[in-house]
Design a protein around this ligand. Structure first.
Ligand code: SF4
Length: 266
């Protein structure tokens, strides 16, 4: 009986948090169902690009960035590699200087067959302590965003460009991201999501190989190998400036539409 009460209290508390976020976003309805993962559609085979040639083509007319099939990201003829194998390959990594200050390597978390992957720039203090991505205040806000989309953290996959915490939460250096991003590419290849959401300018600029501002990159899909990539604000930016909630929610609604998730009634 005591346990039942405790569980009920937790459910009520989670529901309250979810509804508060919906209210903050100006939403007036609650989602009724979660769409299951569709069978992957047959997509036209892209010509394989050599890693050295995997570069950015920018269509200036639409301001959409197209990243060719980076490190054969979506080449089905490549040997299949699982997330466990990628984690094993990383091992007790010392490939860049970030290993010196880490408590735990933060590989990633979530559904290995997720249709939607969120990518941040790197672990913070809480993440470093727990070895899990997005578990601090920003992470709690990300969880609310995911729930406002009618999903749970278990439906999606969450990871970062660099797997070890930069000292004092500084932005990862270019060489650190260059060294570590190979593992992110492999994670994306293993999961094959339909949509990637880059959280914040650093992750977005790193994946899209651009110096474009977050404002110029967000709000539309870029093409990343065989998947679509949306840029939006990092949840930490929303904690600093609640005015970013509305544009972030606009971005998430574009993602929801792409995934066929039910949109809230206005
Ligand atoms: Fe290795 Fe990446 Fe950690 Fe650098 S950030 S030590 S490359 S796992």
């Amino acid at each position: 009986m005591k346990n039942d009460k405790h569980e009920l209290k937790e459910v009520v508390s989670e529901l309250k948090t979810y509804l508060e976020f919906q209210r903050d976003m100006g939403l007036k309805s609650v989602f009724g169902s979660i769409e299951k993962k569709k069978e992957p559609a047959q997509k036209p085979q892209k010509p394989r690009a050599k890693p050295a040639e995997a570069q950015t083509n920018t269509n200036m007319n639409e301001d959409i960035i197209v990243i060719e099939d980076n490190v054969n990201l979506f080449d089905d003829s490549q040997k299949k590699i699982t997330l466990e194998e990628i984690r094993e390959e990383i091992g007790d990594c010392t490939r860049c200087q970030l290993h010196e200050g880490r408590t735990n390597l933060v590989f990633g978390d979530g559904n290995p067959k997720a249709r939607l992957v969120f990518v941040g720039e790197g672990p913070g203090r809480d993440e470093d302590m727990q070895g899990k991505p997005f578990v601090g205040r920003s992470g709690q806000l990300l969880t609310k965003i995911i729930e406002a989309m009618g999903l749970t953290r278990e439906d999606v996959y969450i990871c970062n460009v660099v797997k070890c915490r930069p000292p004092n939460n500084r932005t990862p250096e270019a060489d650190e991201m260059d060294t570590c991003e190979q593992f992110l590419f492999k994670q994306i290849r293993a999961i094959k999501p339909e949509v990637i959401v880059c959280l914040g300018a650093t992750a977005s600029q790193s994946l899209l190989k651009t110096k474009g501002s977050l404002g110029s990159l967000r709000g539309k899909f870029h093409i990343y190998g065989n998947t679509k990539l949306m840029v939006t604000y990092h949840p930490a930016a929303l904690l600093r400036n609640p005015n970013f909630k509305k544009p972030l929610w606009d971005d998430m609604q574009v993602v929801m539409k792409e995934l066929g998730l039910p949109l809230p009634n206005k």
